[in-house]
Design a protein. Sequence first.
Length: 135
Amino acid sequence: RYVLPRMKFMNKVILMLLVGLFFSPLANADNVVYETEWMPSTDLEFVLNEMNSNRLYPCYVQGQVNGIAIQYQASFCPFPQKMNLFQSRWGMSDDWYIETKKQFEAAGFVEHFHSTFLDLSDSVIHQATWVLSGQ
């Protein structure tokens, strides 16, 4: 019978952190009712319009490079009851993201979700969704 060796305290802490990071999107999940496949930005824009007409918004947007193609995947959630408006952007450079965030926050929006990935030139590409809620 093989018995695993005792883990040192720091190894346990590191393992718990890694497990927590892996499952954090699940613990943070909204009521996701639809997820897209990985697709080009133009296709995601079409899906966004379709989902919006069904009162769904992109609560999570991820990006990746697949070969030479940049692709996006979105999860859609029902509009929260007190949400007045949402804004979602993807494919933003650092400067574009910072400026967009400033503008939306100045207008009262709260960032709901933010993710990044590296493109083929190792530039950071941002995806984010902001929500404006009523009283």
